[in-house]
Structures are given as structure tokens and as C-alpha cells.
Design a protein around this ligand. Structure first.
Ligand code: AMP
Length: 402
């Protein structure tokens, strides 16, 4: 098996040319879904993998969550299914594509992304997850012809064993977070599922894993046919270009301190992150009331509006954005002077994502995290991930002074 490594490290990724989705020749209904989501250009993993996988090649991707890997494999699947419609009769419970993921949450998230991306494609997605009602899932499977199944391995095996699902017509197989499936002891089940699909020369197989251990590479070689290999390094933990500050304050003082920070002349382009949508909404309302023109990015805002807000922010017409983590992930804007963490994220990885919105493209940035009685307990975990301790101070006098 010949293997062609096309990926490399973050440094070389930085030199990748920008690839727009429009240049990939995707099916128009898929393109509409991508446009609705506000994706403008390919993320590095998409730029590296799509030119190959869209031609039908297998791929092994080393990539973590947050890189855009889900869209990378979904776009591949959708485009292939759309370009090769099945002539003649279709049968129930015979999916054309199977996506396996280790956890229920991940399955739900992938299916959610699939529904959004595939909104205009007419392709149907079904989820099969353990711990949930089998009978209900069976009703969904038998409701109409299924194109894509997103499943945890155990539940899909149940369906296969009971004769409720047949994989012999599968054209595409995606194994997401293969290393976690290995750690969680799912490999025997995954092997059975893979054996239930057509042989590897007759299907497209895409395998993703955050790490490439020898075990994973062995499995990847068994399951894929002449794959390309792409590696995307995770976002560097806490870039040295970000001056990370932590202010200890009472929760009720946060809004006031935020206003003071926004009033400093250095705060030229600011993203404020909060964990919850309602908090994002409240902060946005209060700042608007003060006459401050700021934008809001959260799941409860229509995508079209989010895209417009982001455009205004990118062009410098809007100085302040208030965002939740999920909505904030897609923000790739240079020149952000400050990131403010209105509260500390529960997942330390989100801290890294948040502060990585500033200090980009070799510029210096400042992150200010509020730590209050409600969330200061989250600091040690963040510090553990960073591998360094964060300096916590009271809010500096010059910010509080009138
Ligand atoms: P993932 O790594 O699949 O978990 O994706 C991380 C986030 O990036 C998700 O919220 C996606 O909606 C978003 N995303 C994926 N591709 C792009 C893109 N090309 N441009 C902007 N955002 C994207």
C-alpha cells in the first residue's frame, strides 16, 4: 500500500493557499448549505483533504475537534452521494454511508452538523445510539429510505444482528475519533461493522484520530485503500503572543468592569465570551442600552444574521462581539486586540480556543478572564492544560478610575 503524506505541521499549514468552497466544484444543494452556515473558506484540514477525498480517495486524518474535520468528511460524503444518485429502487435500512463515533454526544453533534450542511440536499440522516429507545430508532429507520447512518458501534451491531440494518450497499465509511474508540474497547465491534460493509476497494473510507499510535495506524492500514494521510496539529496551547490576565472579582461586578475595559483606548477590537446564551444575550442588551454598538454570536441567532455580524466585525465596522464558545469557534479574524472571558469556560480546551482568537498572525493580544466566586474553581484545570500558572490579580486601579 502506498501512502502519500500531504499534511504537515501547523507551520506549513500557515502557507497553504486559501481554498474557497466555491472552487471545489461541489454540488449546488450542498454549496447552499455551506453558504448558510457562513463558511467562507476551507479550514486547513479541509483544504488538505477535500481535493483528494472529493475524487474518491481514502484518507487518514490526524485532527482534533475544532479543526473542521466533521465538515471535511460530511462534505465528502454528501458530494459523492449527490453526484452518484442510485438508479432504480431503494430499500429501507440500506444506508449508503455510515459514520461511527465513540460517544452519544459526538453522534448527536455529527448528525446535527449533517442536517445543517445537508439541509438542501434531500439526503436523510438517522442516528443510532446506545442507551436510547431501540424501538423508536427502528421506527426512524423504517420511516423512509436512509442515506446516512451516524452511530455508536454497539447499537449499530444490535441493528445488524437483528436484521434491522444492512450494510452491504455502503459506499462510504467514516470512523471518527478512532483512538477513543480504541481506548473505550470498541474495536472488536468496529471490526465487525467494517466486515459487514463492502470490501475496502469498493467503498471510500475516511478515518480520523487525534493521535496516531501504532495500533491506530495498523487498523487504519487494514481498513483503508491507498489512503492519503493528513496531519493537523492542534491549536498551540496559549500562544506566547497573548498576554493572559485573570481578574478576581465578584460576579455582580463583571458587567461594570467589562464596560470599563471596553472604554480603554487599547480595546480596539474585542470578543467577549460567555458560557451561556442567556448570559450572552443579557450582556449584549446591557451594552446596547449604554449606546455601545456590539454584535452577538450565539446559537439562538439566525445564521444569516450571524454571518452579517461577523462581516461587520471583520471589516472593523463593529468593535465588540459577544459570543458563546460554539459560535465563536468559527471566528478567524486577525487584529483582535482583546478577548474577554466574562466567565471561565467549563472545558479548559475552550479557554485555549477563546484566547487563540487574539494574538494571531504574529500580532500581540490581550486576554482578560474574569474569575468570580462562581467559577474560580475552574482555574486549576485550565492551568493544568496550559502547563503554567496564571497570574490572578484584582482589577487594576487604572481600569476602575474614572
Ligand atoms: P469540528 O472540528 O468538526 O468540531 O468543527 C469545529 C467548528 O468549526 C464547528 O462549529 C464548525 O461548524 C466550524 N467550521 C467547520 N468548517 C468551517 C469553515 N470552513 N469555516 C468556518 N467554520 C467552520
Amino acid at each position: 500500500m502506498s501512502e502519500q503524506a500531504v499534511g504537515a505541521t501547523e507551520n506549513s499549514v500557515a502557507h497553504l493557499p486559501d481554498i474557497s468552497f466555491g472552487s471545489l466544484g461541489l454540488a449546488p444543494s450542498l454549496m447552499r448549505g455551506i453558504e448558510d452556515l457562513g463558511f467562507e473558506k476551507c479550514s486547513p484540514i479541509q483544504a488538505q483533504i477535500l481535493p483528494h477525498t472529493l475524487e474518491g480517495h481514502d484518507a487518514i486524518g490526524k485532527a482534533q475537534t475544532g479543526t473542521g474535520k466533521t465538515a471535511a468528511f460530511l462534505i465528502t460524503l454528501f458530494n459523492d452521494l449527490l453526484n452518484n444518485p442510485i438508479e432504480g429502487e431503494r430499500y429501507l435500512a440500506e444506508p449508503r454511508a455510515v459514520i461511527l463515533a465513540p460517544t452519544r454526544e459526538l453522534v448527536m453533534q455529527i448528525a446535527d452538523d449533517a442536517r445543517q450542511l445537508g439541509k438542501y440536499t434531500g439526503l436523510s440522516t438517522v442516528t443510532l445510539i446506545g442507551g436510547a429507545d431501540y424501538a423508536k430508532q427502528l421506527v426512524n429507520v423504517n420511516d423512509r429510505v436512509t442515506d446516512i447512518v451516524v452511530a455508536t458501534p454497539g447499537r449499530l451491531i444490535d441493528f445488524i444482528q437483528r436484521g434491522d440494518m444492512y450494510l452491504d450497499r455502503v459506499e462510504s465509511l467514516v470512523l471518527d475519533e478512532a483512538d477513543r474508540m480504541l481506548d473505550m474497547g470498541f474495536i472488536p465491534q468496529v471490526k465487525r461493522i467494517v466486515r459487514s460493509t463492502p470490501r475496502k476497494e469498493d467503498r471510500q473510507t475516511l478515518l480520523f484520530s487525534a493521535t496516531f499510535s501504532q495500533d491506530i495506524m495498523n487498523l487504519a492500514q487494514q481498513w483503508t485503500f491507498d489512503p492519503i494521510t493528513v496531519e493537523i496539529e492542534p491549536e498551540r496551547v496559549a500562544t506566547e503572543n497573548v498576554d493572559q490576565r485573570v481578574y478576581l472579582l465578584e460576579s455582580r461586578d463583571r458587567l461594570n468592569v467589562l464596560k470599563r475595559i471596553l472604554a480603554t483606548p487599547e480595546a480596539t477590537s474585542v470578543i467577549v465570551f460567555a458560557n451561556r446564551r442567556d448570559v450572552v444575550r443579557k450582556v449584549h442588551e446591557r451594552l446596547q442600552k449604554q449606546g455601545l454598538d456590539c454584535g452577538i454570536l450565539s446559537g439562538e441567532i439566525a445564521q444569516v444574521k450571524r454571518t452579517k455580524t461577523l462581516e461587520r466585525f471583520k471589516s472593523g465596522k463593529l468593535r465588540v462581539l459577544i459570543a458563546t464558545d460554539v459560535a465563536g469557534r468559527g471566528i478567524h479574524v486577525d487584529g483582535v486586540s482583546h478577548v474577554v472571558n466574562y466567565d471561565l469556560p467549563e472545558d479548559p480546551e475552550d479557554y485555549v480556543h477563546r484566547i487563540g482568537r487574539t494574538g494571531r498572525a504574529g500580532e500581540k493580544g490581550v486576554s482578560i478572564s474574569f474569575a468570580s466566586e462562581d467559577d474560580a474553581f475552574l482555574l486549576p484545570e485550565i492551568e493544568a492544560l496550559l502547563g503554567e500558572s496564571l497570574k490572578c490579580t484584582q482589577v487594576p486601579e487604572e481600569i476602575l478610575a474614572d
